[in-house]
Design a protein around this ligand. Structure first.
Ligand SMILES: Nc1nc2c(ncn2[C@@H]2O[C@H](COP(=O)(O)OP(=O)(O)OP(=O)(O)O)[C@@H](O)[C@H]2O)c(=O)[nH]1
Length: 894
């Protein structure tokens, strides 16, 4: 049966047609090969044994073998077939063709030997060459992979580790869900399958398996060999090595699909000569690259970023978004930290520096706290270059008691008369003016009014002031506001010059003024002190030069200097909203030179200097140190006392003002919430808890007036009642003012301003009263009267007389009647009475009946006897004293 077929010609057959073979059925099998989409195909698998031709195996040359065509490697499988050694002659092979029948036996044997040796050598060489090629290719391939992936490998490994951890965690979680929290079970459950897979796959991946195979078999029937080899350790077909219940009986597919993520291992396992030499096989697939990129960009991207610890500048308050930006973190992470601490916040919310520091440190950053704000750093008081300063004019403030002649004196110096033009005769507007002294130098005057309501402004004036001229009327002497002015000047450590005014008056007593000043530690030169004193008459313009000379002398002593060649700094003396010109601020330049076009910041307002107007009403291009100047160009109206500075850009100006506006709002909120303030605030709140408040909205034409009104009204209050200024500002009365007043049931006061048309109709609709004034006295008086109405009326008793009960009479249907004698004064019917027994008041009530003998009497005088009965009281006794009095209620005033 086998003689007719050469074993080397065996091939695959479909099972329906049986193949002629030399082997028994035990060495041949059919397996089903699986394809995608569930398609399968039966495959005949035959086991082929390797035959190595060597000296040991080389059969003795025989005519039979030579006659079979000298194909030793093909003859080997035929070994089990019965081949009688003594067979004399074999039938001639069907396919010989290359053995010459004419050769002798020796020649044939020698030739066969030579050919056999050659074959063996050739086979050996080829095998060595193949192995060498495989090794080289493998090495080259590995090197290439390593080289290509060298940079990415580290990150790749990290991310893979992370990913694996996550997957593991997910698997555990999944397992916990599935197995009710027993995390050990899924691991155990997974173990057999994971163990089964490699064991099934291992033989297919073992390089030696491939290498050990006969080359011819590997080449011509790779599938057969692979299938056959894969089955070798697993025993008979149909049983998987794991032997698990899930193992498919005839599906060796898993071994054909080894795990994908084993990298080099996987490649080595599959490596053949062809594969090793083909670089394409070793490159990452497109899908693999995509997955890797996704890992890097998405989930794994963040983990690979290196964390950088930063120094974060934290001001007093900061928004969450801004803090996140400064830390280079995500705002959502900051919000998450706050949520963990129980604070619900948005990225636009403000947090204080302490909270910001906690968050920054939690995220691994360090914090540098700035006390004020980083935006204001270097805005004011930067040091001047040595030697750049030059002498500047002195800034003088005139202070003194009301009507002692401050305005008249300044007016006299300026040779102008503004007194008669002022409403109500007091100085309403605060300004600053510059005059030339007789010695040639200039002197800048800040005019502050003498009314007590302007104390706040005066104190502010002293801050920018170099010299205070204290005006004391020679006829009036030292008065309360004179003392206040002395205190302000001393507090500001500003030198004083005493101007004893009104010396033209016949009753003037300059000496008395000098001695009175001693009580307040002001020792003038003529009294042996250091304070200069000058006797003047503003009215007659007497000795004005003497005053200016004294100022010049004092200025020399002070050595006043400033650098004009630098960006300007100064103080807003006054600010108003002018109808035609917009916001106008009177500014005293203190350092540097202010020029048109400069970008300026004052308080919460900023702008570009559009126009500079001097105190003489002339447009000027610049204003140097100690020069008062009106500045036009502010976007809003700054407040008197605000410091002004020139900044390099509008962006900086915007940054500073928005920060300050925010601070201002926060302070207002803190004031409104009250109890969150200091202990002092809490105590004053407790003190005024039962206080009646008189709410007001005040609008004025000038900041100074508004402040003055506010100060005057504050002083009106007492423990029972007080003014509460809801809002005060410069400008006309607007609808929003009316809304505010309506909400708090407040009155609106307009000082030298009027309500807009819409505001006045809104006030009519809401029933809000708007009162207009142009004299502060009138305003204060009116508010005083209105506030007095809130005071509870006073109860006053007027004693009428006393009587003593002599006897009690019981009268049916009437009740008890006390028979009395009036001891002093008179008793009146209907008057109030007190019944006093043993010096104790036993009853208070009304005298309902008063009889003289049997007649009703209106009043009974001392020494007379009378009958009395009391309202709702019968328990009178003989000997009780009756005190008779009248009660009046009197409306109080502040
Ligand atoms: N006889 C005399 N009267 C003077 C002199 N100086 C001022 N007066 C008068 O005193 C009054 C008050 O003068 P003001 O200059 O308004 O006084 P003031 O201190 O500015 O007053 P307030 O602005 O209200 O604080 C006016 O009637 C002046 O005419 C003076 O030297 N001699």
């Amino acid at each position: 049966m086998s003689d007719t077929k050469n074993p080397g010609e065996k091939t695959l057959h479909v099972p329906t047609t049986k193949t002629l073979t030399l082997k028994g059925r035990g060495e041949q099998g059919v397996v089903r090969q699986s394809f995608s989409h569930g398609r399968t195909k039966p495959v005949v698998v035959e086991k082929v044994k390797r035959r190595v031709l060597g000296e040991k195996d080389a059969p003795a040359p025989s005519t039979e073998r030579v006659a079979q065509g000298l194909r030793p490697q093909q003859a080997k499988p035929a070994a089990p077939a019965p081949t009688p050694p003594s067979r004399p002659a074999a039938p001639p092979p069907r396919r010989s063709g290359f053995v010459l029948p004419t050769l002798t036996e020796e020649e044939r044997t020698a030739r066969a030997q030579a050919v056999a040796d050659f074959r063996v050598r050739e086979a050996e060489e080829r095998r060595v060459a193949e192995e060498e090629a495989v090794r080289r290719a493998e090495r080259e391939a590995r090197e290439k992979i390593e080289r290509d992936a060298a940079e990415a490998r580290k990150r790749d490994e990290d991310s893979r580790r992370k990913h694996d951890d996550e997957t593991k965690k997910k698997a555990e979680l999944e397992a916990q869900k599935r197995f009710g929290g027993d995390a050990a079970r899924p691991a155990a459950a997974a173990a057999p399958s994971s163990a089964a897979a490699p064991s099934a796959a291992a033989p297919a991946r073992t390089p030696t398996s491939d290498a050990a195979l006969p080359r011819a078999a590997t080449r011509s029937r790779p599938l057969v060999v692979e299938e056959e080899e894969s089955r070798r350790p697993s025993g008979p077909p149909g049983r998987r090595p794991g032997g698990g219940p899930g193992a498919a009986p005839v599906r060796p597919a898993p071994p054909a699909k080894p795990p994908r993520n084993v990298g080099g291992e996987k490649r080595r396992g599959r490596l053949t000569l062809v594969n090793a030499l083909n670089d394409d096989v070793r490159e990452r697939s497109l899908a693999s690259f995509r997955r890797r990129n996704q890992r890097m960009l998405g989930r794994g991207g963040d983990e690979n970023k290196e964390k950088i610890a930063r120094e974060v500048i934290v001001p007093e308050t900061i928004t969450i978004q801004e803090l996140a930006n400064r830390m280079a973190e995500r705002a959502v992470d900051v919000v998450r930290i706050l949520m963990k601490q129980g604070h619900m916040a948005k990225s636009t919310d403000l947090i204080d520096a302490d909270t910001a520091q906690l968050i920054a440190e939690e995220l691994g950053h360090t914090v540098r706290r700035v006390s004020e704000s980083d935006v204001e750093e270097g805005l004011f008081d930067s040091a001047d270059v040595e030697g750049a300063q030059s002498t500047r004019p002195p800034v003088v403030t005139i202070m003194g008691h009301v009507d002692h002649g401050k305005t008249s004196l300044l007016d006299a110096i300026r040779s102008a008369n503004v007194v008669s033009g002022e409403a109500g005769g007091i100085t309403q507007h605060i300004g600053a003016y510059q005059v030339t002294a007789p010695t040639g130098g200039k002197v800048t005057f800040i005019d502050t009014p003498g009314h007590a309501a302007f104390s706040a402004m005066r104190a502010r004036g002293a801050r920018v002031t170099d010299i205070v001229v204290l005006v004391v009327a020679a006829d009036d002497g030292v008065m309360p506001q004179t003392i206040e002015a002395i205190q302000h000047a001393k507090a500001a450590k500003v030198p004083m010059i005493v101007a004893i005014n009104k010396i033209d008056k016949p009753d003037s007593k300059p000496e008395r003024v000098r001695s009175e000043l001693l009580q307040y530690e002001v020792q003038v030169e003529s009294m042996g002190g250091e304070v200069q004193d000058v006797e003047v008459s503003a009215k007659n313009k007497t000795n004005l030069d003497g005053l200016l000379e004294s100022i010049a002398l004092q200025s020399e002593i002070l050595e006043l200097k400033a650098n004009p060649d630098r960006p300007a700094e100064g103080t807003v003396i006054e600010a108003k909203l002018d109808k035609g010109r917009g916001s106008v601020a009177t500014v005293l330049v203190q350092r540097g030179t202010l020029r048109t076009g400069d970008i300026i910041v004052a308080g919460t307002e900023f702008g570009r200097v559009r126009l500079l107007v001097s105190d003489k009403g002339e447009n000027v291009a610049e204003a140097g140190p100690s020069t008062p100047v009106e500045v036009l160009g502010f976007s809003g109206t700054p407040e008197a006392g605000d410091r002004i500075a020139v900044v390099e850009s509008e962006a900086r100006a915007r940054e500073i003002t928005s920060y300050r506006a925010h601070q201002k709002r926060e302070k207002a909120v803190a004031r409104a919430t009250g109890m969150r303030g200091s202990l002092e605030q809490m105590m004053s709140a407790a003190k005024t808890a039962g206080r009646k408040e008189f709410p007001l909205v005040i609008k004025g034409d000038v900041q100074g007036s508004v402040e003055a009104i506010g100060g005057a009204l504050e002083k009106l209050g007492n423990d029972e009642v007080g003014a509460r200024i809801l809002y005060s500002g410069v400008g006309g009365i607007t609808e929003s003012d009316v809304t505010l007043a309506e909400a708090s049931n407040a009155a609106i006061i307009g000082f030298n301003v009027r309500a807009h048309k819409e505001a006045s109709s809104a006030a009519d609709r809401a029933g809000i009263e708007i009162r207009y004034y142009n004299i502060i006295y009138d305003l204060v008086d009116d508010v005083k009267k209105a506030m007095s109405g809130l005071l509870t009326p006073e109860r006053r008793e007027t004693m009428l007389g006393n009587a003593q009960i002599l006897e009690i009479f019981k009268v049916s249907k009437v009740g008890n009647i006390a028979g009395c004698r009036v001891t002093d004064g008179t008793v009146e019917r209907g008057a109030n009475v007190r019944l006093i027994r043993d010096n104790v008041v036993v009853h208070e009530g009304k005298l309902s009946q008063l009889k003289r003998f049997k007649d009703d009497a209106k009043e009974v005088t001392a020494g007379q006897e009378c009958g009395m009965s009391f309202e709702n009281y019968q328990d009178m006794r003989a000997g009780d004293v009756i005190e008779c009095y009248r009660v009046e209620t009197v409306q109080r005033s502040l």
